[in-house]
Write a protein that binds this ligand. Structure first.
Ligand SMILES: Cc1ncc(COP(=O)(O)O)c(C=O)c1O
Length: 459
């Protein structure tokens, strides 16, 4: 195979980023103190090439600077938590203003009610809301509530969606089951996305036992016509609840929530991530009849529903209010979609140029793009994923995905397309000559795996 080189702005002398000295030293210290070297698995060393920024010092808009002073255009944006951009001025001002008035009192702040009102507009079929700090707690609360409301113990998760919570009921479906009692794992079932018949069969094989079905409304694959409403109706016919996890789709899909966009009212749903633009806030919302079991205005047995010391920190609520205000006034989601489409179109032309349509793919909605890397035979390859990320990093693009923010400008996207061009040129050569000549160090590993030795030798 041979292709003529495309012209891009790296032509005529690329300055490649290669100095990670401080990151390297800090990495050793962090791994000796922190299991896995990071407090979030998806940010860990095993998820990134050897030649990569180990630690970020600061961010502004869509750019971040690592501890060695290297500057990157970032994608993924804090695991999709930062949809507006890092240190987004209107959010930072709201947070700073609030922090000066105190962040935690012995009674609730009025922001709790204000923020609830605003969030219920995003999920108009819901009547009540409880805030907490992270998405896992919100989905765990949804599961407990569904179990209490229905009087059933089993829960069914969509197996095509990788992560709902760090709690046992969800992690038991991954390979990392150590520490999870078997009897807990037996209570979690799985079903496939867009497969109504499969879900129906699950209800038939577990009659009267399933409390709820839980899934993301969409991921890389869109819901088939009638699927979500069909699933909700199926749940109701079988006495179960439908829980939609909008941690990613919320504030990223058109109309600010997938339930609004697809026109399906869930019984319970959860939001987080972009709701606080990087500040820790998430929420469980749902129908009054179910949610109120967590309160005291009813005669049924009460459910312990999301109560924690830091659950409603005022500055996180202030951040969420600022985020919702910005989404109400500015074309945030339209911009995410436009910039994603620009990137998609540019990448598609590069991929076509190198003839890599079977090796490199961008998947998902433009506001939420991920990439898949395959080897010569079209088989998904961690080696080629690592090589692609490595070559982007050398050209100043830090991209575990191509999830854009409101701060990605046309110029940022165009520079990224040029970096994709250069990275795919190397990818193309590596397909022909073997990746060993190009990849520095070991490949990345799946975050959910039973054993971790693979990267130990590289520290
Ligand atoms: C769809 C989905 N649900 C729930 C969670 C858990 O959220 P958190 O990491 O804030 O606990 C995540 C996190 O990545 C997620 O992607």
């Amino acid at each position: 195979m041979s292709v003529i080189k495309r012209r891009n702005r790296f032509d005529g002398g690329e300055v490649l980023i290669s100095r990670f000295t401080i990151s390297e030293a800090l990495r050793q210290r962090a791994r000796s103190m922190i299991p896995g070297g990071a407090h979030t698995y998806a940010k860990g060393d095993d998820q990134y090439p050897m030649l990569s920024p180990g630690f970020i010092a600061r961010g502004s808009g869509c750019h971040v600077w690592d501890v060695d002073g290297n500057r990157f255009t970032e994608y993924g944006m804090g695991l999709r938590a930062v949809s507006l951009g890092h240190a987004f001025p209107a959010v930072v001002s709201a947070v700073v203003r609030q922090i000066q008035h105190g962040s935690n009192f012995t009674r609730p702040s009025e922001l709790e009610a204000l923020c609830a009102e605003n969030l219920l507009r995003v999920a108009p079929d819901a009547d009540m809301v409880k805030f907490t700090k992270d998405g896992s707690s919100a989905t765990t609360a949804a599961v407990r509530l569904a179990r209490a409301y229905t009087g059933r113990n089993m829960i069914a998760l969509c197996s095509d969606h990788p992560f709902f919570s760090h709690d046992d009921w969800a992690i038991c479906t991954t390979p990392m089951t150590a520490g999870i009692p078997e009897r807990t794992a037996h209570l979690t079932l799985t079903f496939r996305y867009n497969d109504l018949a499969g879900a129906e069969a699950l209800f038939s094989s577990h009659p009267g036992q399933i409390a709820a079905l839980l899934l993301e409304p969409a991921k890389e694959v869109e819901p088939a016509a009638g699927y979500l409403i069909g699933l909700r109706d199926l749940c109701h016919r079988n006495g179960a609840l439908l829980i939609l996890d909008e941690m990613i789709t919320g504030f990223r899909w058109p109309q600010t929530s997938a339930q609004r966009y697809y026109g399906v009212a869930a019984d319970l749903s959860t939001f987080g991530k972009a709701l606080g633009n990087g500040f820790a806030i998430s929420a469980l919302v749902g129908k009054r009849e179910i949610m109120q079991l967590g309160g005291f205005d009813h005669d049924r047995e009460r459910v312990f529903l999301l109560s924690s010391t830091h659950g409603a920190e005022t500055h996180a609520l202030a951040a969420a209010l600022a985020v919702m205000d910005i989404y109400g006034r500015e074309p945030v989601i339209a911009t995410l979609e436009r910039q994603g489409r620009r990137l998609q179109a540019g990448a598609a032309s590069v991929v076509a140029h190198y003839g890599l349509q079977s090796q490199f793919k961008l998947l998902g909605r433009p506001s939420n793009l991920v990439f898949s890397c395959c080897d010569r035979d079209g088989v998904p390859s961690q080696i080629f994923r690592t090589l692609f990320m490595q070559e982007l990093i050398r050209r100043g693009v830090l991209a575990p995905s191509f999830v854009v923010s409101y701060s990605h400008s046309d110029d940022d996207i165009d520079r990224t397309i040029d970096a994709i061009d250069s990275a795919l040129r190397i990818y193309y050569r590596a397909l022909n000559e073997g990746p060993e000549a190009y990849l520095i160090g070991r490949p990345v590993q799946p975050a959910f795996r039973k054993h971790g030795d693979v990267t130990r030798a590289t520290v």
